[in-house]
Design a protein around this ligand. Structure first.
Ligand SMILES: [Zn+2]
Length: 432
């Protein structure tokens, strides 16, 4: 009886120790996601049956040919073994059976646990982590690094914008090794969320960039324009001699930006995409800007929700953001801090100003961001004209990028296929 308890006890301790440290992977289940693991249950049954049958064959052999005394071989293997008594036979049979499971668990379980550990890099990345690499203490330069299992996922890859001290932060080496990042997910196309991407690729990032189709389309306008402006800025600094470098180099060039667009993969809203290692992402409408998304990341059993920049309700012509559906962790934009959006009707504000100016033969000049705000303004002006509240006057959109963005918006609205972003070059200034 002792040997049976001995085998069963050791196997059980080992099994629970491995199960506790390495979970399901020990048994080599398909759910473990490892294709090289051994199926322990099958292995255990096969070895146990093989050893028990061999044992029975040996007993029969000894009974038929007593001269060969095979039991001496078994006696060496099975502790406390007694041969030809009914109890001794039964103990030997059970021991042989347990032996199979024992071997399967000791070698197979250990093997599975080891390869699973190596594969998941469990020693270093056991717990998912979230690092804020920008948009902390300031509202630009959105970049969040999620590390989970063996994956490193960067949510947004924005430029720091604003005062020079802030802009200079874009020049500092990226706080994580770009080559070690597997995937970039973009919430939307604004530069403070996408504008560092060409520099990240230049620094060694070799993975793909997932975003919605409209975001890819708008990045096709915004990133090359940004590369062009970076080049202009470097040339200007060289000419005026105000750079501390003798030959100032741009953060990235128009060419870098065009190369970056080749990495884009368009994803649909609300379609769950698998990023490997039990991580999945879903893009959820955020209002704010054409194609803008909130990103819901599922990591193992928990959810991290990135709000991106959120629109409000109402904010025509954009739809309001999709309602929040709950998450374990929320990373929320806070650009407007504790201020409330004023509850005003932009058309009621615009109409009197436009009417008054047109009545005295004047021209209204409206400075505006080229992507998003310019289209919103034109929408309101067009509605005021359609309702006859202001006279029908010519409207000039003095920015090639704003014109391209408007055309892209109209095209996407009609459901027409968009041009691949990288074929698109909307440069030519007017980026405000
Ligand atoms: Zn934005």
């Amino acid at each position: 009886m002792m040997p049976i308890l001995y085998f069963a006890g050791i196997a059980a301790i080992l099994f629970f120790a491995l199960r506790f440290s390495c979970g399901n992977r020990v048994m080599g289940h398909a759910a473990s996601g490892s294709h090289n693991s051994l199926p322990i249950t099958d292995l255990g049954w096969a070895l146990s049956l093989f050893l028990s049958i061999t044992y029975v064959v040996c007993v029969a052999f000894d009974l038929l040919f007593p001269r060969y005394v095979m039991y001496e071989t078994w006696a060496g293997l099975l502790p406390g073994f007694v041969w030809l008594t009914p109890t001794g036979f039964a103990i030997g049979l059970v021991e042989s059976f347990l032996y199979g499971w024992y071997v399967a668990l000791v070698f197979g379980g250990l093997y599975n646990a080891l390869i699973a550990r190596r594969r998941a890099g469990m020693t270093r990345l056991a717990r998912p982590s979230l690092r804020f690499l920008g948009a902390a203490g300031t509202v630009t330069g959105s970049r969040y690094l999620v590390e989970a299992g063996s994956r490193r996922i960067l949510v947004d890859c924005g430029l720091f914008q604003g005062f020079k001290t802030l802009r200079d932060r874009s020049r500092k080496p990226f706080p994580a090794r770009p080559a070690a990042i597997d995937t970039v997910l973009l919430t939307h196309a604004h530069l403070d969320h996408s504008g560092y991407l060409p520099a990240l690729i230049r620094a060694g990032f070799a993975g793909r960039v997932h975003c919605t189709e409209a975001t890819a389309e708008l990045c096709g306008l915004i990133l090359p324009d940004s590369g062009h402006l970076q080049e202009e800025e470097a040339r200007y600094a060289a000419r005026k001699g105000f750079s501390k470098h003798r030959n100032p180099i741009p953060l990235y060039t128009l060419k870098d930006a065009e190369k970056a667009l080749e990495r884009f993969d368009a994803v649909e809203f609300r379609r769950r995409i698998d990023l490997g290692d039990g991580i999945a992402a879903t893009f959820i409408p955020a209002g704010h800007l054409l194609g803008a998304a909130q990103i819901r990341l599922e990591i193992g059993g928990s959810t991290v929700h990135f709000s991106g920049d959120l629109g409000h309700d109402p904010d025509p012509p954009m739809r309001p953001p999709a309602p929040f559906e709950g998450a374990d962790v929320v990373v929320c934009e806070s650009t407007y801090g504790n201020r409330r959006h004023p509850d005003i009707d932009p058309e009621a504000e615009l109409a009197p100003v436009l009417k008054r100016t047109f009545a005295r033969g004047g021209t209204v000049l409206i400075p505006s961001f080229a992507v998003g705000r310019a289209q919103g303004l034109m929408y309101h002006v067009a509605r005021l004209m359609a309702r006859g509240e202001i006279p029908r006057v010519p409207v000039y959109l003095n920015s090639p990028m704003a014109i391209d963005a408007t055309a892209a918006k109209a095209r996407l609205r009609r459901g027409e296929p968009t041009r691949p972003a990288w074929e698109h070059s909307g440069i030519g200034g007017g980026g405000a």
